[in-house]
Design a protein around this ligand. Structure first.
Ligand SMILES: [Zn+2]
Length: 371
């Protein structure tokens, strides 16, 4: 059993993964959306029998509010909910310097200028020994060259780091403080609305006519302008492998970084790595899914997590690139049905380009993909 649920996470990600041979069932949680999303994640946890409230791994992919917000709430409430984590993966300020490792509880003052930063404090409070434990408390980084090593989780899951490389962490360091404020980590320093304004400055909106049926060929051929937002670049992107299945969890990672890592993995055929599903980077933003990225994998299922708020994701260019370049049998999976993705349901378009679409069965239900 290998199942991926894209919970409704507003304009962010909250990815609930279950795997195992029944009756055994292991869980991974990748991000928790914004703080507003947390009640739904909390309810999902409370629905589990008390003895099953264990995750092999919590991944906080990067410090943007749409990924970290709910995770802060979850860690604050962890003990009351009776939740345990085998490991927590997150690159904190200490990890931005090469060789930096999680401090031992007795020398917590080496945490650096942002020792008051809340996620770090919460992780330490929840057991520093489990923080990035798979890499000895060091940074979760993909090597710039050479073989990529899979990290094993209990129950047979294997996770390979595709992003970030040290370069993206180096670039994040000078803007860490601002990025943390943007994510609302420093209490009272920023709101979600402030964060949205900042992000819009980074990702210039192109004025365009979004009325009418999309012209897939024209949209796919638009020049690719890569995302340069440093917090996105620092995203932990993973290839999750279990029981012969592979899922690419791209977080908000940069396309060239992911492409380079995929190119160094074994098992490619015709230059493409067979994967069962791709969680599209940065909510289907045009700056994170290039034609080259689509062509780096052989994949039928493309997952998009966003309600379109703030940034009107997914962009039509990214979806067109997938439809045009991913090969036959493409299925698009959206965890909300919105004005920014429902044009892809048009029967004429689906017939013409030979793809299928999945939306949630009802409001606020999210979607699941069983592999
Ligand atoms: Zn995001």
């Amino acid at each position: 059993m290998f199942r991926i649920d894209l919970l409704p996470a507003e304009f962010g990600d909250a990815i609930w993964i279950e795997y195992g041979t029944p009756p055994a069932r292991q869980r991974i949680l990748v991000d928790c959306g914004t703080s507003a999303v947390y009640p739904a994640v909390r309810q999902r946890i409370l629905d589990l029998p008390a003895r099953e409230r264990h995750f092999e791994l919590l991944v906080v992919t990067h410090i943007d509010v749409d990924h970290i917000g709910g995770a802060l709430d979850l860690l604050r409430e962890r003990a009351q909910l009776g939740v345990t984590f085998g490991e927590i993966w997150f690159n904190g300020f200490v990890h931005l310097t090469p060789g930096g490792v999680v401090p031992r509880p007795d020398d917590a003052d080496v945490l650096g200028p942002l020792q008051g930063e809340e996620l770090t404090e919460l992780i330490v409070a929840n057991g520093a020994m489990r923080w990035n434990a798979a890499v000895g408390g060091g940074a979760l980084v993909a090597p710039d060259s050479g073989t990529l090593q899979a990290l094993p989780l209990p129950g047979g899951m294997r996770l390979t780091l595709l992003s970030p490389t040290q370069r993206e962490l180096d670039r994040l360091k000078p803007v860490w403080d601002a990025a943390c404020r943007k994510a609302g980590i420093v209490p009272g320093a920023a709101t979600v609305a402030d964060a949205a304004r900042l992000d819009e400055a980074e990702e210039a909106e192109e004025e365009e006519d979004i009325l009418g049926e999309p012209d897939v060929d024209q949209l796919a051929a638009k020049p690719f302008k890569p995302d340069r937002a440093r917090p996105n670049g620092s995203s932990i992107a993973l290839l999750a492998e279990y029981d012969g299945h592979r899922v690419l969890l791209a977080a908000d990672a940069f396309a060239p970084v992911v492409i380079d890592a995929l190119g160094r993995l074994p098992g490619r055929a015709g230059g493409r790595l067979p994967v069962d599903a791709v969680k599209m980077s940065h909510h289907g933003s045009r700056g994170n899914t290039s034609v080259d990225l689509v062509k780096a994998v052989k994949c039928a299922n493309w997952l998009v997590s966003t309600n379109g708020k703030q940034f009107k994701h997914p962009d039509r260019e990214s979806i067109a690139r997938v439809i045009r370049e991913a090969g036959s049998g493409v299925k698009l999976h959206f965890n909300y049905r919105t004005e920014f993705n429902e044009m892809w349901a048009a029967a004429g378009l689906r017939r013409k380009h030979g793809y299928a679409v999945q939306y949630p069965a009802g409001d606020g239900m999210g979607i699941e993909l069983q592999l």
